[in-house]
Write a protein that binds this ligand. Sequence first.
Ligand code: TRP
Length: 334
Amino acid sequence: MAEDKKRIFSGMQPSGLITLGNYLGALNNWTKLQDDYDCLYCIVDMHAITVRQDPAKLRKQSRDLLTQYLAVGLDPEKNTIYYQSHVSQHAELGWILNCFTYMGELNRMTQFKDKCAKHADNINAGLYTYPSLMAADILLYQADLVPVGEDQRQHLELTRDIAQRFNGVYGDVFTVPEGYISKVGAKIMALQEPERKMSKSDENKNNTILLMDEPAVIMNKMKRAMTDSENEVRFAPEKPGISNLLGIYCAVTDTKMADAEREFANVGYGTFKTAVGEAVVAQLEPIQKRVHEIEADKAYLDAVIKNGAEKANYIATRTLSKVQKKVGFPPRIR
Ligand code: TRP
């Protein structure tokens, strides 16, 4: 790993199946960073259990997520791709950082409040201290940049505050990370409720297109996507449904918005939706084919898992040892 490259860290929860939104908003951009940055992409299974998970399902989703990372083109030689639970330093640093995080700060986290409302029967301490574990994820690797969406900005701010607080007491231990705002990434909205983000945990399946959806399913979901009472394909704030479909079209075909508007200037919504659906299918089909190929190669996947954990472990150990020394834990006798 070249020392002169800036380091990027990001994580994704294996708490559901990857959507077109995850792909266009995050994964697809990650593949463009792999030559210029030293990137770590963590599958954050420890974060996932802050809400109740079915163990077999969680295990499968974690493997599926890894497979999909590889299928979209993330190269495990260039990036460090690994499961959070395979690197116990996350939990260890998470504990230490808990002792440098104030309850007042955690109380202000909007995602915590949202999740409390959604999972009122299981408001556990892990859900509460989720942000200090996330800070540990990032700070363990001395990441310079963290590509995150709007919904994670508050957590990243807190990570910076924790890093600065710790550094203020012990000297320069942690790199204070910054958000990485991609110039290209598209924000994809829910198909039937385009005022909110497409999310893998959405209960309405017609709101999301999954990376692994079959062509017929994609076309059908497209057909049911919300439009409006006009019959004009153009990008406008008062037309969230059509604008979202245009955004999807532009992202998958690499077309400029003005060109797309021109292309669909004289067609009805039905024809437009079919064109968007077909463009999405064309983009996803080769990825799906690769997913099946990779899935079949157990030895390869296992090697990726093992190597990823080893690479991450190596960097994490360096930071954790330094932190343990700084806070005053006694040295190990070897
Ligand atoms: N909290 C993030 C989410 O829900 C996932 C995550 C965990 C993460 N640790 C991270 C993202 C570190 C970026 C960096 O989407």
